[in-house]
Design a protein around this ligand. Structure first.
Ligand code: FAD
Length: 367
């Protein structure tokens, strides 16, 4: 009796093992972890990749870099592409980032689409221009107590072509149990300095990439990034411009202003920069010097928490309060904003109230 119970149990165990192996094999076949074809822009580019990874990383492996501010975690919604066939079902994480318009246009988050079969997709042609770069950190200097500037010399490729206002994706390294991640940083150097890339980074407490930058990254170290990405850039019009930034939101504006100087751009421009106290200001001398170098430029730093008894003679208060004193009627202006969501949302509301056309407001939110 005991023997037959034992052999029945053994038989069941063996059967379970065989079934599990068969399932694994079937899954491997069904999910097609073999070669899959990615047909981009109706045959414009055809890539053969090994199935099993996300569409975002499969494309990156073949040097097609889709911007992703969160590094593929499904939390920034930057990596949208049109998936026309073979994208599989949309999961709940992804669905929350897709508007009815996106769904109608077959837009998907490429980080959430798994490559399990041949896929037909459409991406903007300019993304083919993004490359992966290898460089080394020539200079790391603190600009304020929580903001650092990195100057990277390019090694491979040795030149970068970008528009002032665009951003790169910096790759951090593994440290203290954290995986390597990719994060978006706007380029602060001007496009003419095409053998270098400068970025300005604010420390985020407990932030994976910023902690690596502040605490682990040293001058002379090899650095990898991809780019350029983004469409935040000055238009070709002559419309007066209002620039607004806070903290490291300075980066793309600093690149745009330096390019305006080099191009001899004559448009009227005002730059409102938000800080809590004087300790949050940087590039102050350079920006006031620009008032003399550009024909019609004003720099207006605004401090929200500078002690009353300090020697500060500049503007006090939040930008939405200060702005109407400088621009009573913003109709005809273009606005370029960079920094935290709260700063941008408050300033966009103030700009609209001052009469600016919504289609003339451009911004990059850093969160
Ligand atoms: C297009 C674009 C351009 C950007 N350019 C710049 C730039 O030029 N300079 C720069 O410093 N940053 C920039 N950022 C933000 C940057 O990409 C990172 O999000 C930021 O540095 C935090 O990365 P982390 O890995 O250190 O933090 P994570 O580990 O990703 O986050 C840690 C925690 O901090 C929160 N958090 C993340 N980012 C912020 C933030 N900016 N403010 C407050 N809380 C935050 C997260 O929600 C999380 O709870 C840009 C973002 C975008 C989308």
């Amino acid at each position: 009796m005991l023997v037959s119970i034992f052999s029945a149990a053994a038989f069941l165990a063996i059967l379970t093992l065989i079934l599990a192996a068969a399932l694994l094999f079937a899954e491997h076949r069904i999910l097609n972890y073999g070669p899959c074809t990615l047909d981009i822009n109706d045959g414009g580019k055809t890539l053969v990749v090994t199935g099993g990874s996300s569409l975002l990383s499969s494309l990156a492996e073949k040097d097609v870099f889709i911007p992703s501010a969160c590094g593929g975690r499904g939390s920034c919604a930057y990596c949208k592409v049109r998936v026309l066939e073979g994208g599989g079902v949309i999961g709940p994480v992804e669905e929350s980032y897709l508007s009815p318009e996106d769904l109608k246009n077959q837009v998907r988050l490429s980080c959430q689409v798994k490559v399990r079969q041949d896929i037909r997709l459409a991406i903007p042609e300019e993304l083919f221009l993004a490359k992966r770069f290898r460089g080394f950190l020539e200079r790391k200097r603190m600009l304020t107590y929580d903001i650092v500037e990195l100057r990277i010399v390019l090694r491979e490729p040795q030149r970068i072509e970008f528009a002032a206002g665009q951003y790169i994706q910096l790759e951090s390294e593994e440290y203290a149990g954290h995986d390597a991640v990719m994060r978006a940083y706007s380029i602060s150097s001007p496009p003419s300095d095409d053998g270098h890339v400068e970025v300005i980074i604010r420390k985020i407490p407990e932030g994976i990439c910023t902690t690596w930058v502040f605490d682990h990254l040293q001058e002379g170290r090899e650095i990898f990034f991809s780019g350029p990405y983004g469409d935040f850039q000055l238009t070709e019009t002559k419309a007066p411009a209002v620039f607004i930034a806070g903290g490291s939101g300075m980066a793309p504006i600093w690149s745009i202003l330096r390019e305006m100087l080099q191009r001899g751009d004559k448009r009227q421009a005002m730059y409102f920069f938000s800080g809590r106290t004087k300790d949050d200001l940087f590039f102050t001398e350079e920006l006031f010097a620009l008032e003399k170098e550009l024909p019609d430029f004003r720099y207006i730093p605004c401090l929200t928490r500078e002690p009353e008894d300090s020697d500060w003679k500049g503007e006090r208060g939040r930008i939405p309060k200060v702005l109407p004193r400088f621009i009573a009627d913003a109709a005809g202006f273009e606005a370029y904003l960079c920094g935290s969501t709260s700063l941008i949302d408050a300033c966009v509301a103030a700009l609209k109230q001052a009469g600016i056309n919504e289609s003339n407001i451009f911004y990059d939110k850093f969160e």
